[in-house]
Structure formats: C-alpha cells, structure tokens
Design a protein around this ligand. Structure first.
Ligand code: BGC
Length: 750
C-alpha cells in the first residue's frame, strides 16, 4: 500500500469506524424487527392532524395515528415546529414496541421562514460559497423547527422554460448543475450530520423529470442514453459523491418505465454502479401512480414493482404499508431486499444521531432564537443581490443617480409582498417579503419616487395549491401608468410572473409577460423611453420586443424575503450586479428547448444559400440572452489566453490561463467561463460544454490571471452504455464572460 493511500485511510479511520459501528447497531435492530415493523420503516406519512391537539377519532387521520402507535411509520412530512415534532416523536419513541425515532421531512427548498431567492435565481450567482451558505441558513432554521430532512436540492437539469419547475433547479447545464448540487448538499448536511443544525438532504427527482414532454409537468419522458448519461445523471452523481443521504425518485416515466418502478435507475445505476448507500424515497404517492400509468394493475403489483426496483420508502402512497408484508409472504419481493431498504433508512436515522437523542431537533429556545434571525436576513439579502442579472444597460440608465431624479415606479408586482417569496415558501408567512417599492423607499436618497400600480395583473389571493387568476381584459390601469411615466426622468417597471406561476404544476405554453403587462410596457415606452425593466420570473421569458426597445433590463427573479432591498441596492449601484444566466432565454416559445450546448447537425449553416438547413423560416436560431450572460456596471476584458501544452496525454492535464482586467469605472465581479469542444467524437459532441468557471472580484483597473485545469474529468463523456470515455483528438477551448465567448485556442489529446 502506498504511503499516500495509507495516510488517506488513516485519516478516514474515524469515519470508517463510525460507519462500522452504525452498521452493527442497524443489524442488531433489524434482527429483532417483525415484518410489519420493517415495512413500517418504509412508510412516510403526510402530517395528519393538528398535531398539538388531541388524537384524531376517525377516518384517515385515525388510521395514521394508530399506525404511528404500532411502529408502522418510519417518517413524517409536513409536521413542523418543535411542539408538533416533539409530540409525534414521543409516540414513536415511547409508545411503539421498539421506539425507533421518526424522520421529519419538509420541502425546505429556498429557505425555511427566511426565504432566499428561488433556486434558479441563486444559481445565477455562480457563487458556490453563497449558495452553500443559503442552504446552511435554511438547514439551521428548519432544524430549529424540528425538521431533520429536507426534500432538496432539486438537481433536475431542464432545457424547457415551459416547465414550471425550472425555478427549482440550477438551470440547463450538467457541469454547472453538479457544482450547485454539491454546494447545496454541503450546505444542508454540513460536515457533521449529528449536529443539531444539520439535516439530511435529498437529491430529486430521479431521473429525467426536467425532460417532461412539451414542458408539461408530470408528463412522459423519452430521451436517449446520450442525454441521460451526459446531461441528466451528472448532478445526481455529484450529489451521491458528496455523500447525500437520500434520493427521491420521480413522477415521470423514462422511456416507458415509471421512474418509481425503474430498477435500472434505482438499483443498477444509483445503488450498484454509484455505490449510493442512503435510501430512495418515492415522490408524493408516486408508487400509487404506477397504477395510473398503467404499469401495475393494482396496489399489490405497484408495491412489488417499486420495492423490487429499489424504492425504499413510500411517500403518502399507503401502498407499502397495505401491501408489502403480504407480497413478501407471497415471495413476490425477497425479504433480503426489504432488509436492504430498512437498513438504509435506519442507517440515516443513526447517522443523524436520532437514536442517541430523538429530540435532538426539538429545542424551543433555539427555535425562538434562530428562525428569522438578523443574520439570516443578512444572508438572504446577500444571496438576493448576488442573484440579480443585469441583462441590458445600453443607455447607462443604471446605476440610478443618488439625487435629483424623478422616478416613476410602475407595476403591481413592484408593491407585492407575497409574490417575491416565490413558490416553495411553505413555512413563510404571507406578505413578508420586502417589496421593491419598500426597498426603494428604505434606500436613503433624495430622489422623488412615485408609485403607480398601472394595470391589474393578478387578481385575488393565490396560494400553493391554487391557480393564479390573471386579468386579460381590463386595461384601465394603463392610462395611470402612462400619466406617471410622462413626468419622470426614469421609469422603473416591475413586470413578470407571479411567484405562483412557476413551480410544480405551473407549466406554461407562453413565455411572455402575463396579462396586459406587455401592452402597458409599450404604452409607457411611447411617452418615456428611459425605462428600467425589472423582471420577476421563475423561468426564462421570451421578450423580444423588450430586448429590442427597452434600454435597461434587470433580471430579478423572485428573490425572497429581502427582494426589495436587494433590488434597490443594485439599482442604486451600491451593489454592482454580477449574476449570469444559468439558463438560455429564448426569442420565442417555438425555439424551446433551446440551450447553449446543442449539437452540430449535418446542416447547421446555410452555406449553400438555399433553404435546406436546420433553421426556422420565421425566427433566428440564436437566443435572446445566452447562457452565462450577465453585465456589470463596469466592463471586463479578457486577453492572453494561453495553454501550457499544445498536446497532452490522456492521463495528464492541461492548464489554461487568461488575463482578466476590470476596464471600467467601478469595482466589480465577473464570472470567467471556460468551454471546450471535443471536435471529433465517437458520438456527436456538443458545440461547446462548460468545463470551468471562476467568480473573480476586481477593483477598477485591476487585472488577474485566471487559471483552469482540464483533465480526464473534464475532457471525456459517457457513451450509450454509460461507460466514460476520454477520446484522443482535437479540442477547442473558449474563454469569456458568457457562452458566447471571445477567446479561442486548441490542443490535441493523444
Ligand atoms: C414534489 C416533491 C416534493 C413532494 C413533497 C411532490 O409533489 O414533486 O418535489 O418534495 O411533493 O412535498
């Protein structure tokens, strides 16, 4: 054994010892469990009654309560708050035969009570430390409320802006998405899972949920292996490699097999090939839905299919608890598989330290102190500023002057305190975001600010389970907007989608501004061209008119609790925007799916000048705003692209460096991006693939050398059998501030 290897093992010794000790405890516990108790561990129930009140007397709630008392429940979701968690945990620990503690899961997706930007917005920061911190803060708050397991991060790659859940992920790129996945897992789980402020994370939705046909949620997925291995799976693999404890399967089918019943995905790839030793939880009732998909005729068949496929826990499907014991007795599912599932679940419970102290997450004092603390608000503000992307600033309307400007703020969303919280903010109180109006008012300046709602966009109150009602007919508010704009030096228009127009089950067929907002924008433009358009949205929008006419466009997504303060600081130049798009913005819905790492076709250019090439007759192929795009109030120059070798062997690596200079008048941050192209491959390779990025802060006039390393990990790809290949041949390198890079070089891999 080499010295280094030995040293590595020695360093890992405490971890290895702890793992062995846990494995022993799990085995002894397993040995005394009845079949029903084992199946019980695989059963996850949704919160079922006002858990601080008396036990339920009838119906579904009564059944769940009784199951809880029998030890037939392994975990709960949507039970939160120390008092509730403690009460239910007490039943599991004190009333059941074995006293096995429960897991308490919750969708802590972008914050718990202090809401951070939607995950897509956070991904626009390209700041892994900030993203990790945001997840850390979420874990601290959630754990203080009794939660020990989050159903996050969502690591689904999606190229389809119509799909509402684009807001929940890190965008379209597998390399970038993998980095964000790791940052989030580390943020939630920390370095020591037994600490009372770290929680188990869950990579979801395994797999290919982001590829639902036509962007319609819960729809079918048909993709080839090349996409599966190279685009869909890498962020999951990255999460597994960073020791994520759980994985959630998905609502969709993949090439005809329901993901929940997919043995290839869950057993062959995840557990066997990747060595994942946490557990797989189903999505909400997705075991039952196997029946609706028509892959099982009844609950018994669904249970058999899912359990054999490697789905370890049934979320609110009631299928395992009703069927699995009988199916084991009938030998339709081997008891060894059941044991494997239970072992995985118990292991996570041990790793969280729940057997040492089942009430580890139940501390009223912490609950009071931690949730919504000043520091958490500061972190949310920091994350929100970093998530903003300056898409266009042609006439330098931004930053706003600190005084002497008459500003007209227009748009219903500008004063909205709810929509900026985004979609997954279940534990946040309604109307707790700082609106853009409040943010601008809070911001000390001597400008005159007037606010006009303009046209009504969203009608009535909306919540997590209802559809947003949009005003499509009453345009009366437009004239107020026009009037306000006429007398202003600068018009700030806050337009876009409501926070509940993206997210689960919020697919759209249009990517425009909902309702009459576009009409209002054009009417205002007629009287005042000095418009700063501040966009609120949970997905890429296709706004070709705005891109052509409006001089200044700021992508402000849904930025959470601190929205208004973040927007104000960016508009006034107190924070110089540094975000870059993690998704491509299309010109029209018809281009979707549109993404930067597309493949060359046999007919990608119109060399012949004739019609027979891969294009549209009514729209360009190019995006409205490309992946990686984002401006700053300063400017950056890239030059001196150098590579340390012109040819490199497969086992070696190559160093790429570039000089980045802040050539403008403000200090600022830039995300330097490196893309490669594998020019000839045994499979068709994308025209470019992100393989390095660095967020660099530069004072005005300052220069820095940015260095990237490319080795096996960056230069290979998966073939259709899932084997990783690094093929000799020519590679192009492209470096710059977006996927439309400026500098190029090449080298040979031999
Ligand atoms: C979603 C999951 C979520 C689960 C529990 C499902 O509808 O697809 O992402 O974790 O509900 O709330």
């Amino acid at each position: 054994m080499s010295g280094v290897l030995k040293q590595g093992i020695e360093n890992d010794r405490p971890k290895i010892n702890a793992k062995t000790a846990i494995a022993k405890k799990v085995d002894s516990l397993l040995a005394i469990m009845t079949l029903e108790e084992k199946v019980g561990q695989m059963n996850l129930y949704n919160g079922f009654w006002d858990s601080t009140g008396p036990a339920p007397k009838e119906g579904n709630a009564k059944t769940k309560y009784e199951h809880l008392q029998k030890g037939w429940v392994g975990a709960m979701l949507n039970v939160r708050g120390v008092a509730s968690v403690r009460k239910i945990q007490k039943i599991a620990v004190e009333e059941t035969r074995l006293g096995i503690p429960l897991l308490f899961g919750y969708d802590v997706i972008h914050g718990y009570k202090t809401i951070s930007p939607i995950p897509l917005a956070e991904a626009a920061s390209w700041d892994m430390a900030a993203i990790e911190k945001s997840a850390r803060v979420a874990a601290i708050e959630a754990s203080a409320a009794g939660i020990n397991w989050t159903f996050a991060p969502m690591v689904d790659i999606s190229r389809d802006a119509r799909w509402g859940r684009v807001m929940e992920g890190a965008g379209e790129d597998p390399y970038y998405g993998s980095h964000v996945a790791v940052a989030r897992v580390q943020g939630f789980q920390g370095t020591d899972l037994t600490l009372p402020n770290t929680i188990a994370a869950c990579a979801k939705h395994f797999a290919a949920y982001g590829f639902v046909e036509a962007g319609r949620d819960y729809n079918t997925v048909s993709i080839g292996n090349e996409t599966l291995y190279n685009t869909v799976l890498p962020p999951f693999k990255a999460a597994v490699d960073s020791d994520i404890k759980t994985v959630m399967n998905a609502f969709n089918d993949l090439n005809g097999v329901t993901a929940t019943g997919d043995q290839f995905l869950q057993r062959d790839v995840l557990k066997n090939a990747w060595g994942f030793n946490g557990f797989v939880v189903s999505d909400w009732a997705s075991v039952t839905e196997i029946i609706y998909w028509g892959q099982a005729k009844d609950k018994a068949e669904a249970a058999v299919l899912a359990a054999n496929a490697g789905c370890d826990m049934d979320m609110e499907g009631h299928v395992y608890i009703e069927q699995l014991a009988n199916m084991i007795k009938a030998d339709k599912v081997k008891e060894a598989l059941l044991d494997d599932a239970v072992r995985r679940i118990l292991t996570v419970k041990y790793e969280l330290g729940l057997f040492d102290n089942p009430y580890r997450y139940c501390n009223e004092q912490l609950e009071k102190e931690q949730i919504g603390s000043v520091e958490h608000h500061a972190a949310a503000l920091d994350m929100a500023k970093k998530s903003i992307v300056l898409l266009k600033n042609e006439t330098k309307l931004l930053p706003l002057k600190k005084k002497g400007q008459k500003i007209a703020l227009i748009g219903q969303l500008a004063a909205d305190k709810n929509s900026p919280l985004g979609n997954w903010r279940l534990a946040a109180d309604d109307d707790t975001a700082i609106s853009v109006l409040e943010g601008l008012q809070n911001h000390t300046n001597s400008n005159s600010l007037t606010y006009t709602k303009g046209v009504d966009v969203f009608m009535g109150k909306t919540n997590f389970v209802t559809e947003v009602t949009v005003n499509e007919t009453d345009a009366t508010g437009i004239k107020d907007a026009v009037k306000a704009a006429k007398n202003a030096d600068v018009v700030i228009m806050v337009l876009g989608e409501h926070g509940y127009q993206s997210g689960e089950a919020r697919s759209r067929t249009e990517l425009d501004l909902p309702g009459l907002q576009q009409e209002m924008l054009e009417a205002v433009y007629k009287v005042n061209k000095n418009i700063v358009l501040v966009l609120n949205n949970g997905r890429p929008l296709a706004l070709p008119w705005a891109e052509k006419h409006i001089p200044t466009i700021v992508e402000a997504w849904q930025l959470g609790t601190q929205t208004g303060n973040a927007v104000a600081q960016v508009l006034y130049g107190d924070y110089n925007p540094s975000g870059k798009l993690p998704v491509t913005f299309p010109r029209s819905v018809g281009q979707v799916p549109l993404y930067y790492n597309y493949k060359m076709t046999g007919r990608s250019t119109n060399n012949e000048g004739n019609v027979f090439w891969s294009h549209y007759i009514d729209e360009k192929n190019t995006p409205l705003f490309p992946f990686g795009h984002g401006l700053s109030y300063t400017t950056f120059k890239y030059d001196n692209l150098t590579i340390d070798k012109k040819s490199v062997s497969v086992d070696d690596s190559i160093k790429v460096s570039v000089t980045l200079t802040n050539t403008g008048n403000y200090d600022g941050s830039e995300v330097a991006q490196l893309y490669i192209r594998d020019v000839v491959g045994s499979l068709v390779r994308p025209v470019k693939e992100l393989k390095g990025f660095e967020l660099v802060h530069l004072k005005k006039g300052e220069s820095k050398t940015v260095q990237f390393t490319l080795g096996k990990k960056e230069l290979g790809f998966y073939n259709n059998k899932g084997e990783y290949l690094v093929e000799p041949g020519d590679f192009e390198i492209m470096v710059g501030g977006s996927s439309e890079t400026v500098l190029k070089s090449r080298f040979v891999l031999d």
